[in-house]
Design a protein around this ligand. Structure first.
Ligand SMILES: NC(=O)c1ccc[n+]([C@@H]2O[C@H](COP(=O)([O-])OP(=O)(O)OC[C@H]3O[C@@H](n4cnc5c(N)ncnc54)[C@H](O)[C@@H]3O)[C@@H](O)[C@H]2O)c1
Length: 437
């Protein structure tokens, strides 16, 4: 199939590369000329395990190409995928300007196709969009193009850090269709995938995405509330989660890791987005309002824990292990580390940080932070080390060496990588989230 993907971020680029890997002919488009220039050289603007190798292979096999203006490619495509960002507006509502602009560019390109050359197109919306956006995209295209097309909703469920694996082997594929003809094209596109495929209407598909992310975010806030109670009553939140996951109705993969609150480019904006959609329809989603409040509180609790162990951080050397909002990604959008860094800098601490892949992204936001090449260098002479991302390499660290390198062996383990008893035995002044033993 000839496919055009609009937007080469975490979703668009991974989607394009995977569809190329499946044997399709893919053109990826982005308004960011620097990104396109990098991609043309076979370099990925984002870190995602396995992406670079797959990108290079598909460029070499001539199954994927990159353009700033894709008018010709759009005219030839059977499937046009919208994968642009949908960030929050200041009031929490969803900013649809990028989706609208992408739809306008499709409309313009299709409008220039002579009538005799017009063929049926499926415009696939993969961006996370408020319920009813599919209809808006249809209206924008129809203003310029009278030929045959359908808009479908095909929400993306990939997880950053595991995006290639998730796209190759998804739990499910959800498609909201406008017609049988569109469904047939989507069935053909996803024919290589052996997983449950849910074909439904567009609005329901759009809702499934918000429902899934909001449910997962709510699980995290639920366990973070319980973590605080566990600390108060002397229970162990990790064991509580283990006990809960043994219940088949809750599930072995339930999102029940207590920590510094959810972050990243999706959960915070999607919870806000769904609250706003509810508000527009007069439906109060108080569960999600509580989810947000608990999440803000979870981030503040990390700061309180640092202050409890360190006192005033002024002039002290504070080491941070992990900057990305979760392991295996370089994405720092809404990462839980951001309020911690803001506070430490405001309090005039000397911040030294290490992250295997996200340092560059933080350096542009916080030029005063010093970065190191490994975790050990970061803790030399430090008065406290704070773990903010659950990178595997922190799990196998030589803690005796860390203790010797530090000025004072103080650790705030916001990802519950270590346990209270082990760390106390080693002579650390230690705290975590939820009294993990
Ligand atoms: N990141 C994730 O883990 C994830 C997972 C599932 C769904 N989503 C959803 O997918 C969408 C994209 O997310 P992302 O994280 O990939 O975003 P991103 O910010 O990483 O990338 C968006 C890209 O679109 C480009 N763009 C914007 N307007 C454009 C236009 N008119 N024409 C061409 N390119 C344009 C930008 O330059 C950017 O490169 C969002 O709606 C998001 O909620 C994201």
């Amino acid at each position: 199939m000839n496919i055009v993907v609009i937007g080469t971020g975490y979703v668009g680029l991974v989607t394009g590369v995977i569809f190329a890997e499946c044997g399709n002919c893919v053109t990826c488009v982005d308004i960011d000329a620097d990104k396109i220039a990098l991609l043309k050289k076979g370099k990925s603007p984002i870190y995602e395990p396995g992406l670079r190798e797959m990108l290079t292979r598909n460029i070499k096999e001539k199954r994927i190409s990159f353009l700033v203006d894709a008018s010709d490619a759009i005219a030839d495509a059977q499937v046009i995928i919208i994968g642009v960002g949908t960030p929050s507006n200041a009031d929490g509502s969803v900013n649809l300007s990028y989706v609208h602009a992408a739809a306008e560019s499709i409309a313009k390109a299709l409008g220039e196709v002579p009538k005799k050359d017009q063929s049926y197109k499926v415009i696939v919306n993969k961006s996370t969009v408020p319920i009813g956006t599919g209809n808006e995209v249809t209206t924008i295209i129809k203003k310029n193009y009278m030929g045959p097309f359908d808009v479908v909703s095909n929400p993306e469920f990939l997880r950053e850090g595991q995006a290639i694996a998730d796209c190759m082997n998804p739990d499910r594929i959800v498609v909201g269709n406008a017609s049988i003809q569109a469904q047939k094209v989507m069935e053909q596109l996803y024919a290589p995938y052996d997983c449950p495929k849910l074909f439904t209407d567009i609005k329901t598909a759009e809702m499934i995405k918000y429902a899934s992310n909001s449910f997962l975010a709510t699980s995290i806030s639920f366990i973070n509330s319980l973590a605080e109670l566990c600390e108060a009553v002397g229970a162990d939140v990790k064991e509580v989660a283990r006990g809960m996951r043994l219940d088949k109705r809750i599930g072995a993969h339930a999102f029940l890791d207590a920590g510094p609150g959810y972050g990243g480019s999706c959960f915070p904006k999607d919870v806000k987005g769904l609250i706003d959609i509810g508000y527009q329809y007069g439906v109060s989603l108080s569960v999600l309002e509580a989810t947000e409040d608990v999440n803000t509180h979870a981030k503040l609790r990390v700061i309180e824990k640092i202050a409890a162990l360190v006192g005033s951080p002024e002039g002290k050397k504070i080491a941070i292990w992990g900057l990305a909002f979760k392991a295996q990604t370089d994405d720092v959008r809404d990462a839980p580390v951001l309020p911690v860094l803001d506070w430490l800098i405001q309090e005039k601490a000397k911040v030294v940080a290490f992250d295997p892949v996200a340092q560059e992204n933080i350096a542009t936001l916080y030029p005063s932070i010093q970065f190191t090449n490994d975790c050990y260098d970061a803790v030399v002479g430090a008065d406290c080390v704070i773990i903010m991302t659950e990178w595997n390499e922190f799990k196998s660290i030589d803690l005796n060496k860390v203790k010797k390198l530090m000025n004072k062996p103080v650790m705030v383990d916001a990802r519950n990588i270590f346990g209270t008893q082990t760390m106390k035995k080693l002579g650390f002044i230690y705290t975590n989230i939820g009294n993990v033993q």
